[in-house]
Design a protein around this ligand. Structure first.
Ligand code: CAA
Length: 694
């Protein structure tokens, strides 16, 4: 079916597009618009209106066409043709006019939008630049500085703000089609000019802005190439339009061919795919969730309560006594004050969210809730006791979830008479900020419970990924080998700064040693103590952490861990005392310390992640490689522009990965290094994870 229709209504040629779900500018849409535009030039219409059906104006180029041979008409040429039209062309926007979609509107002579619409150029998030004239037309309309901000930020802005800035001409409410037709009639009646943005001059700007923005971007978008190309492309808007457009095109092609863009596109689709459970029908019925209860008002419980309150849910927060409850609620209060201070929430909205959280100390208050999330500390007996209580108190059909990071969800479910209603919801700290939600499917978890929780995760603004039951689920299980190698590098010859710098420079949000200090060294210590000695991994890898804990160095919270922290500013500095401990422990183990180069540090840590990811896939703990990538990009500070550990493995080649792992096995022993059997199989078949996942 042709997604583009054309008809003349009251002398206006209306080009209407209907290409669900988001009216992406696919080949069929582009060619349909071109045909209609050409037909309109010679017919009885006096002006042309471009409008979309469904939930949104064009949400951009069709990303699923990227990487395939491009087909004419190309979007930039189509937009130039729209702008060159002898008859007036008007764009009518609703929903989200994004990327190439907004660039279509910028090529039109006038733009009208619903007051609820949002517009923007999110290409940077896909490692691209707005390559259909966006970097050339936006500066002509709003100036260099505002254009750089809009395009580098990538976040959509309300159409009303866009109108104030000069990107949209008219804002309306109600029926867009009716309002847009009236607007075009009005333009025709007053003989409005065919305003061509490409013919405008870019407002004069201080050229220092480019250098300053480059410096800012080197920090805020560390390691990324697209923002630098965006700056160059916007700078090219100072040239005559045709020359600027040519440079924009070259830079766009550079972006397209850059592995960073491929990685970011992979994550875009992986995130959406992760929401789908392979063995559940898409239309499976879901349970109604309106009232939510959280057990435990500690850092996690309070943060989870905020997530739900922020999304409009009624939240009951339970603690064991009034003191603990008051302490928990005061932290929530402080977090909301922080959000107001940082401009994330208005005073009024923060007050409304806070008012949705009701503190209680009695389990009877949970009798009617639809979902309970237990968020107490990691003590399996305590958790089982709570689930037995919930089983007695909660109504039939309520979903009972645990926020455990490591424990066996099946064992917790077995403490109830309704294991089918039990599930894991593993939030990441700080829970009201971090986007990842691991949804842990127990052996007996009912399909509708799983589907409900996956959908609910999205509703509260999280990125939900399903994991099967195992120690640490997807994310924390993989982290064990990563942390093991960080500690082994330390005791074998590196310093904490060497290790952190190697991973940070490679793109991780934070080095692993700093992460350990942030999480608290006592947390890892207690987790180890709860395991049998043969489950704790290589004993050499926790010699130093154990010694630091014994010395009262618990990480940031005690002012010292692997680093020393300034009590006032929390600024960290290297601590010679730590190196004395490291050297002492190395000597006790008979290790001759020798420096390790940054590349080897990175490969040992990252390949340990990849290898365990392979095991996780083989065991069916994760549904797909892309799910693991989403977990790492959203929950563990893995650079999104590398696509996540599994995509990265494909990018550098599984042959190379196995070669290095085998070398590590030779050098460091087979206890820590055994190539995963899936890795061996894929290499033997000359395959990749992407092909395996198809
Ligand atoms: N191309 C192809 N498919 C797209 C798409 C696009 N531009 N945008 C969204 N989709 C698909 C999604 O993959 C999803 O498909 P499935 O249902 O099969 O998973 C479906 O549309 C719905 O998307 P969401 O689940 O994300 O729905 P939402 O309502 O939460 O969000 C949205 C809608 C705000 C438009 C969001 O999808 C989005 O941000 N899309 C990307 C927009 C974008 O980046 N546009 C720029 C493209 S690059 C470009 O245009 C280059 C250029 O200048 C030449």
């Amino acid at each position: 079916m042709n997604p583009v229709s054309y008809e003349i209504i009251d002398q206006i040629g209306v080009i209407a597009v209907n290409n669900p779900p988001v009216n992406a500018l696919s080949f069929a849409v582009r060619s349909g618009i071109q045909a209609a535009l050409r037909a309109a030039q010679d017919d009885a219409s006096k002006a042309i209106l471009i409008i979309c059906e469904g939930g949104t104006f064009f949400a951009g180029a069709d990303i699923s066409e990227f990487g395939k041979p491009p087909k004419e008409p190309y979007l930039p040429d189509l937009i130039d043709e729209i702008e060159a039209s002898g008859k007036l062309v008007v764009a009518a926007m609703h929903g989200t006019a994004l990327g190439g979609g907004f660039e279509v509107a910028l090529g039109c002579h006038y733009r009208i939008a619903l007051d609820t619409a949002r517009v923007g150029l999110p290409e940077v998030k896909l490692g691209l630049l707005p390559g259909a004239g966006g970097t050339q037309r936006v500066p002509r309309l709003v100036g260099i500085a505002a254009a750089l901000q809009l395009i580098l930020d990538g976040a959509p802005i309300p159409a009303i703000a866009a109108a104030e800035a000069g990107l949209v001409d008219k804002i309306v409410s109600g029926d867009l089609r009716v309002a847009a037709l009236a607007y075009v009639q009005e333009l025709v009646a007053r003989n409005a000019a065919t305003r061509r943005t490409s013919e405008l001059n870019v407002p004069a700007a201080d050229e220092q802005v480019f250098a300053a923005t480059r410096i800012a971007v080197a920090k805020s978008a560390r390691g990324q190439t697209a923002p630098l190309r965006i700056i160059e492309s916007v700078q090219a808007s100072l040239l005559p339009f045709a020359a600027g457009r040519k440079r924009e095109r070259e830079l766009f092609v550079d972006c397209m061919q850059d592995p960073q863009s491929v990685a970011l596109q992979h994550l875009f689709f992986a995130e959406r795919e992760a929401a789908r459970i392979k063995d559940l029908p898409r239309d499976i019925g879901k349970r109604r969730i309106e009232r939510v209860a959280i057990i435990g008002a500690g850092t996690m419980g309070g943060g989870i309560a905020m997530c739900f309150a922020n999304a409009g849910f009624d939240v009951t927060l339970l603690e064991i006594n009034a003191d603990a409850l008051a302490r928990g609620l005061s932290i929530v209060e402080k977090n909301y004050a922080g959000s107001v201070q940082r401009g994330k929430l208005s005073e009024e909205d923060a007050g409304a969210c806070r008012a949705r959280i009701h503190g209680v100390t009695d389990y009877d208050a949970l009798a009617d809730v639809d979902l309970v999330i237990e968020a107490v500390f990691e003590d399996p007996q305590l958790k089982k006791g709570i689930f037995a209580k919930l089983d007695a108190v909660c109504r039939r059909g309520a979903i009972l979830a645990t926020n455990t990071s490591y424990q066996d969800v099946d064992a917790i479910a077995a403490a109830t008479g309704r294991p089918e209603d039990v599930i894991g919801m593993h939030f990441f700290s700080p829970a009201h900020i971090m986007k990842l939600l691991e949804v842990v499917r127990g052996e007996k978890t009912a399909g509708d419970v799983l589907a409900t929780v996956m959908a609910l995760g999205k509703k509260i603004g999280k990125v939900p990924v399903m994991s099967g039951v195992c120690y640490g689920f997807i994310g924390n299980r993989m982290l064990q080998g990563y942390f093991r190698e960080a500690q082994l590098c330390l005791i074998e010859g590196s310093t904490p700064e060497d290790i952190d710098a190697a991973l940070y420079d490679w793109g991780m949000a934070m080095g692993p040693i700093s992460v350990a200090d942030l999480a608290g060294l006592d947390v890892g210590y207690k987790a180890r103590q709860a395991l049998a000695p043969d489950q704790r991994g290589d004993p050499r890898s926790y010699r130093v952490p154990d010694a630091l804990v014994a010395a009262g160095r618990l990480g940031q919270k005690s002012g010292a861990g692997f680093y020393r922290y300034d009590p006032a500013t929390r600024a960290k500095s290297a601590d010679p005392e730590v190196m004395q401990i490291v050297e002492r422990e190395a000597q006790a183990l008979g290790i001759q310390r020798a420096p390790i180069d940054a590349n080897e540090i990175v490969e040992r840590l990252i390949f340990a992640l990849i290898n365990e990811g392979m095991n996780i896939l083989d065991e069916g703990i994760a549904q797909r490689p892309g799910d693991i990538d989403v977990v790492y990009a959203y929950g563990y500070g893995f650079p999104a522009w590398r696509g996540g550990p599994m995509h990265y493995a494909d990018t550098i080649g599984l042959n190379y990965v196995i070669e290095r792992i085998e070398e590590f096995r030779e050098r460091y022993g087979s206890n820590n290094w055994q190539p995963a059997s899936l890795l061996k199989t894929l290499v033997a078949n000359n395959s990749s994870l992407a092909r395996w996942a198809e």
